[in-house]
Design a binder for this molecule. Structure first.
Ligand SMILES: Cc1cc2nc3c(=O)[nH]c(=O)nc-3n(C[C@H](O)[C@H](O)[C@H](O)COP(=O)(O)OP(=O)(O)OC[C@H]3O[C@@H](n4cnc5c(N)ncnc54)[C@H](O)[C@@H]3O)c2cc1C
Ligand code: FES
Length: 343
């Protein structure tokens, strides 16, 4: 049985076929609602269920608490209508002409800039190119039907290789493979492009980027594209890691900051050891932002990396620094463990 979904705040209407989530139905109708993990773990797709019967699906309490649910919220990547429904979504966009495709890719080169990060350079078949909006991610499709998400670290114009920055999650089946048996010339299957973590170009507000660890990858893609477009919006990048070596491409933003007066770069280290001889900023990366920007009310923030950082940034920037919720954009690098936590 098909049900009609109405988005109250925009007037869009579309149909969900039997068993489709709200997000799947919207995408099938060429409408993009905000989303990240599509796994009930990150909370990016949270919106209001205004009217109708609903199957909330399976999700983590961190992404949707009982209190959220009591206040009328639902996760649209998991929830399925059981009647015609009316919802409110934070943002609705037309899909545009970039199609999500499945492609093979060959592992051309693997670099290991530090112990727990691998940079994969993937080569697509001749005459194929990956169209995407800077900041988006792809899914690696595994043989058992599982998928693993990684953000493109190259800008779309830098198209010779698709670059992925992969952090090793000990005990994780795919990243254990990347750090163990994966070798150059291996073939992967990809689905791309995915996600809504990209620059809102219609805004002129100054931008604060906050990355932790490999959360640098999509931000690198966004910033390199912004330079190419000469966007002119002032940008400040905070990149956090435990030790200086966690900022595995530090020379790149250092170079950007010398070449581009519109970009300021602040590396932040939380657990430096004496042998690191670290003299820069210390502490949690989102706290460094708050020290420098006690008032974020006129900014847009793009945060990416481990869920604990992204969640703290969203909570503290909106509650303590006056950042409007609609000016906070993120990709939270959730794993199976986050979905399982309190699910
Ligand atoms: C939109 C998005 C973009 C991302 N982009 C990047 C990126 O650019 N770079 C990057 O490094 N990461 C990125 N990530 C995170 C990345 O997808 C994960 O780190 C990756 O999927 C881990 O895969 P894995 O197979 O190694 O681990 P998994 O096998 O998925 O396991 C992850 C962890 O969970 C544990 N675990 C597995 N199953 C369970 C269970 N049922 N209960 C409890 N614990 C369990 C494992 O032991 C392990 O510690 C992104 C994530 C998202 C959602
Ligand atoms: S996209 Fe729905 S919880 Fe992550």
């Amino acid at each position: 049985m098909a049900y009609q979904i109405t988005i109250r705040n925009t007037g869009h209407r579309f149909t969900a076929e039997q068993g489709q989530t709200v997000l799947q139905a919207a995408l099938a109708a060429d409408l993009v609602l905000p989303y990240g993990c599509r796994d009930g773990a990150c909370g990016s797709c949270k919106g209001r269920l205004v009217e109708g019967q609903f199957d909330y699906g399976s999700y983590s309490q961190k992404a949707l608490s009982d209190q959220d649910k009591g206040n009328g919220y639902a996760l649209f990547c998991q929830g399925k209508p059981l009647s015609d429904i009316v919802i409110e979504a934070r943002e609705v966009r037309k899909a545009g002409d970039i199609q999500v495709r499945t492609l093979p890719a060959r592992v051309h080169r693997i670099e290991r800039p530090c112990d727990d990060v691998a940079i994969l350079y993937l080569k697509l078949p001749a005459n194929e190119r990956l169209q995407f909006i800077p900041g988006q991610y792809l899914d690696i499709l595994l043989r058992d039907g599982a998928r693993r998400s990684f953000s493109m670290g190259n800008a779309p114009h830098d198209e010779e290789f698709v670059q992925l920055h992969v952090r090793h999650v000990p005990g994780g089946s795919f990243t254990d493979h990347v750090f163990g048996k994966m070798k150059e010339r291996d073939i992967l299957r990809l689905e791309a492009p995915l996600g809504t973590f990209y620059l809102r170009e219609e805004s002129a507000k100054p931008i604060v980027f906050v990355a932790s660890g490999t959360g640098f990858a999509p931000i690198k893609s966004i910033i390199e594209s912004a330079f190419r477009k000469a966007s002119g919006r002032p940008m400040t990048l905070y990149w956090g890691g435990r030790r200086p070596r966690d900022l595995y491409m530090n020379e790149i933003p250092v170079h950007w900051a010398t070449e581009h007066p519109g970009l300021r770069y602040v590396p932040v280290i939380s657990e430096a050891l004496p042998e690191d001889a670290w003299t820069g900023r210390t502490g949690l990366v989102h706290r460094a932002v708050m020290e420098d920007f006690p008032d974020l009310s006129g900014h847009q923030v793009y945060a990416c990396g481990v869920p604990v950082m992204v969640d703290a940034a969203r909570r503290d920037f909106t509650a303590l620094c006056g950042l409007p919720e609609e000016d906070f954009f993120c990709d939270s690098f959730t794993t199976a463990a986050d979905k399982a936590a309190g699910g």
